[in-house]
Each structure stands twice: as C-alpha cells, then as structure tokens.
Design a protein around this ligand. Structure first.
Ligand code: SAH
Length: 242
C-alpha cells in the first residue's frame, strides 16, 4: 500500500465527499512547516464518526490550511464494548496506559481513584490527546474517550447491571483463570495502583454480581504491564482478535 498517505490526522470536522476541512493552527503548522507538505499533497483524515478519508491540501499558509476530502478509504469501525478502568500512577506510566489502551482497542478509558492511589489529579485533556495520537498512529478510526477521574466507590455504586467487571486481582496471582470463561457482552477491566487493592475494596468488588476476579498469571505485574496484558487476553478471548 505504497500510495497510502504517510500522515493521518484526527479532526473534529465532519468528513464527506468534497467536504472542506479547515485545520487547527497546530495541525497546519505540523503539515506545512514541520512535514513540509504543499498544496496538492495527500493526507488521511478521520474524526471518530465518518471512517477514514483521503484528503488533499487545498490551501496552505503558515497559519492555516484547508483540506478537501476526496474519497473514503476505510469505514467507521467501533471497537468491542470494553472499558478500561485503572488507578492513575506516575505521569509517564499513566500516559503509557492511555496510549496502549487506545491501541489495544478499548472503547472508553476511565481513571479511578482507589484507596491506595497515590496520584490525586490527572490532566484529562492531556490524556485525551494521548488517546488521539495513538489512534492516529495505529490506523484506528475510533478514539476512546478518557473520562474524568472518579472514585472507585462512585463508579461501583452506579455500575451497569449488564456490564461484566473483570477485576485484575493480584491476590489471585498464580491462579488459573481463563478469560474464555468470562461472560460475553459489555465488559470492563479494572487494574489497581502500585499498592494494589485494599481488603475493603476487594470485599466490595467481590460482593457485586457483575464482578469476576481474574489472575494475570504467576508473576505480579506492574500496573501498566497488567493493563496491556489484560486487554490482550480479553481481546483474544472475547474481543475483535478472534
Ligand atoms: N503491590 C501489589 C501489586 C500491585 S500490581 C502487591 O504486591 O500485591 C498493580 C495492579 O496490577 C494490581 O492491582 C492488579 O490489578 C494488577 N496485577 C498485577 N499482577 C497481577 C496478577 N498476577 N494477577 C492479577 N492482577 C494483577
């Protein structure tokens, strides 16, 4: 596929045949000044709703650019109905979790504050930008939303009856749990912080009928590794890798 444009951009604007798409100042700067593209050059665009489109630069100035959509190159594709809930850790590792969750096909990313969460604040807009960048890189047409930080208690109090919560429980290290035994349908994976879950949280979680505790093998994984491993196992057993 050598004629594929090297640059893929996420835009908010609607996409369709002949549609003009004005770029943000930052995106125009990136295309024109950094990547040195000129009028006539092709790029791929997606907006999370209309699939992927081939577009051409119609106007290029230092401070702005306008693209024109030509034809659709991929249909809109939603990932499976899988959320990732995780307790934020150090900044770089939290960024990594969000980037990997977007690549692995999570539909929604929900940072949760747990008893042993050491980080009290997240930059939701920064994390959302990481999810967009990951979607641009990995060829996806969907961008998972990154929710605001919520307490695990609040999230559990409101937990939808039809959504299985796959609880990665370090207390089950070494148990032989199979993701293929999980119920089908909407799901979410829950990954704890470096300090793991408290006994109160474990009791609260296991009392909920939608919760299934799982082991991620015989070794204790760091939270960022655990998130990627659990997403891979779920995608292979229940998601779109099958
Ligand atoms: N400090 C804790 C480990 C936390 S690991 C302890 O020593 O027990 C961070 C998170 O990754 C855990 O809360 C859990 O959600 C997940 N995790 C890591 N290894 C796991 C395993 N083998 N099985 C299940 N979950 C695991």
């Amino acid at each position: 596929m050598s004629d594929r444009p090297k640059i893929r951009l996420y835009v908010e604007h609607p996409l369709g045949p002949g549609q003009s798409v004005p770029l943000s100042r930052d995106q125009a700067h990136y295309l024109i000044s950094v990547m040195r593209l000129a009028a006539g050059a092709e790029v791929a665009l997606f907006n999370g709703r209309d699939g992927e489109w081939r577009a051409r630069i119609a106007e290029a100035h230092k401070r702005g650019a306008v693209l024109t959509c030509d034809h659709q190159t991929a249909p809109q594709q939603a990932p499976p109905d899988l959320w990732l809930l995780f307790a934020p850790i150090k900044k770089a590792r939290t960024d990594f979790i969000v980037e990997k969750a977007a690549e692995m096909g999570a539909a929604r990313i929900v940072p949760v504050r747990t008893d042993f969460t050491n980080s009290d604040r997240i930059r939701q807009d920064r994390l959302q930008a990481h999810a967009i960048e990951a979607a641009e890189q990995c060829g996806g047409t969907y961008v998972p939303g990154v929710a605001a930080l919520q307490s695990l208690d609040a999230v559990l109090a409101d937990w939808p009856g039809d959504r299985t919560l796959v609880f990665a429980d370090e207390g089950r290290v070494g148990a032989h749990d199979s993701f293929a035994a999980l119920p089908t349908g909407p799901a979410a994976i829950l990954i704890g912080p470096e300090g793991g879950f408290s006994e109160a949280e474990r009791a609260r979680l296991t009392a909920l009928p939608q919760v299934t505790p799982v082991s991620l093998g015989p070794r204790i994984l760091r939270a960022d590794t655990a998130a990627v491993a659990a997403l891979a196992l779920w995608q292979a057993a229940r998601g779109d890798w099958k």
